[in-house]
Design a protein around this ligand. Sequence first.
Ligand code: ADP
Ligand SMILES: Cc1cn([C@H]2C[C@H](O)[C@@H](COP(=O)(O)O)O2)c(=O)[nH]c1=O
Length: 252
Amino acid sequence: MAELVFFSGTMDCGKSTLALQMDYNHRARGRGGVRFSCNDRAGDSRISSRLGLQTDAVEVRTDTDFWDEVVVRRTSGLRVDYLICDEAQFYSAAQVEQLARLVDEMEVDVFAFGITSDFRTTLFPGSQRLIELADKVQVLQVEALCWCGRRATQNARTVDGIMVVEGDQVMVGDVAPRTAGDVPGVGDQVHAGEVVGHEPVVGYETLCRRHYMRRVTAHGANLMAGGDQTLPFDVDACLWPGAGSGTGLTPR
Ligand SMILES: Nc1ncnc2c1ncn2[C@@H]1O[C@H](COP(=O)(O)OP(=O)(O)O)[C@@H](O)[C@H]1O
Ligand SMILES: Cc1cn([C@H]2C[C@H](O)[C@@H](COP(=O)(O)O)O2)c(=O)[nH]c1=O
């Protein structure tokens, strides 16, 4: 019996790697599949893993109809037993419904991969519909970690190194280990898209809920630990502007 499975998690937890592995394993057993992706960091029509593997894929656009994609291939004699759907958070609800219909009416297995929520902790439309319709939602085994060592559950967006909570939902970007540099101070607020004399650099960082809520990125934690605070200094004993009642760094 065909299935709609949603493999979900934060950024950088191995979704695209798993997508490529599942495609490889099914293909190796003679099954025919089609790979789809949307807005991959490596560019249009690609599925790329940070482990270094990448391959071609069909780019999903707003007018892509998955039902038609499968019908066209089957009509021309191609075998379509399964679909690999990467970056599925960016698909529309209607496209996810087409995927579900392919499972139910054409016995096509659909393996979808995507992040659940955006930088404001809001569900992406595609992910929401997948959670609503999937036969199984699987959280990936490899956990992305917060800088504190806890499991990361949130995707924070940074602009020029500062965490932001406003801006467009879709902004293609990557997570990157932060290096020391001249970036603005902890708690400063800038908005995604704001240009201050240069093109803003958008990045992402996976955080645990506690540090997402307190707006403490790795860089912020470093600043606090290495700043002129009297040691020992407990980063977690601070409230953040905008994250609670504090107006600044307010040791609890
Ligand atoms: N140099 C590396 N060596 C080993 N593992 C790596 C390396 N770079 C990335 N990874 C692994 O790849 C994972 C990210 O895989 P990827 O498929 O790109 O994630 P996702 O699609 O979920 O964003 C990381 O969690 C890490 O486990
Ligand atoms: C949180 C968040 C992420 N994105 C973008 C950033 C990346 O291009 C992809 C996620 O890719 P990954 O392979 O899972 O790392 O999504 C976005 O556009 N908006 C967001 O809020």
